[in-house]
Design a protein around this ligand. Structure first.
Ligand code: NAP
Length: 237
């Protein structure tokens, strides 16, 4: 299951996984989701939900149950930024940001854990961000939400094996740096140039470079990767 599969990174993840898994693709726009299923190889399911709405999120979590033991992994990818100086940021924006970037992945992970516990395996992948470690001007609440996702990842990994030492459930955070997507498209040329100077690889990343890491993390070769934050950021610190 991939949340935010209609966005740049979500779509790239869907493209990377579509050959190997039947996907449950989540988004807010049914048309976009239908378009996506048309060109992906294989047969996939779609689900439309506004994750910032409490009731819709609760319904979404309930419907995850219907997939039952077929659920191999979840990718908490949907996220929003709301860039603005904290001084001018509205409470409504802050609430929307935490509801989408934090409350939703937490409750979706809880719902998935119920399914994973029954079969003793499953993978939770949270899409964080480099700004969760670095901090960033005009992204105070966003950076907080991404740092919290990394903490959630580590805490879930510790908790599942403290409850059941033989658990094979894993939780991993993938934190991209600046990726060429809708989210970074709106930055001015000046800002983009400034950021590129800070990146040892001297370029923004591609969504497919995040997707290939997610693909690996779901594979048996990644079974010993748990509770950590994997940075896909060209070396920015
Ligand atoms: N782009 C970057 O450089 C970058 C860097 C670091 C981390 N990230 C993280 O990577 C993830 C994906 O980013 P992206 O660049 O692919 O962003 P994007 O293109 O803007 O896609 C965001 C996705 O989240 C969905 N979404 C937003 N609010 C939602 C809500 N309330 N309920 C349900 N779905 C909602 C969007 O649905 P709609 O299509 O309906 O809007 C879309 O599918 C995010 O968590 C972001 O924080 C991105």
């Amino acid at each position: 299951m991939i949340t935010g599969a209609t966005g740049s990174i979500g779509k790239a993840i869907a493209e990377a996984l579509a050959d190997s898994y039947q996907l449950l693709l989540h988004g807010r726009d049914e048309l976009k989701l239908k378009e996506l299923t048309k060109y992906l190889p294989g047969e996939h399911l779609i689900m439309c939900t506004d994750l910032s709405d409490k009731q819709s999120l609760a319904d979404f979590c309930k419907s995850l149950k219907s997939i039952g033991s077929n659920l191999a992994g979840i990718i908490n990818n949907a996220g929003i930024t709301k860039d603005k100086a904290l001084l001018f940021q509205s409470e409504a924006d802050i609430d929307a940001l935490f509801a989408t970037n934090l409350r939703a992945p937490l409750l979706i992970s809880k719902a998935a854990l119920k399914i994973f516990n029954a079969k003793n395996e499953g993978v939770i992948i949270n899409i964080g961000s480099c700004v969760g470690q670095m901090g960033n001007a005009f992204q105070v609440a966003y950076s907080m939400s991404k740092a919290a996702l990394a903490a959630m990842t580590a805490s879930i990994a510790k908790e599942v094996t403290s409850i059941n030492p033989s658990s094979k459930i894993r939780s991993v955070c993938v934190s991209p740096g600046f990726i060429e997507t809708n989210m970074t498209e709106s930055l001015s040329a000046d800002i983009k140039a400034q950021y590129k100077k800070l990146i040892p690889s001297k370029r923004f990343g591609q969504a497919k470079e995040v997707a290939s890491v997610v693909q690996f993390l779901l594979s048996p070769g990644a079974e010993y990767i748990n509770g950590v934050e994997i940075k896909v950021n060209g070396g920015i610190i």
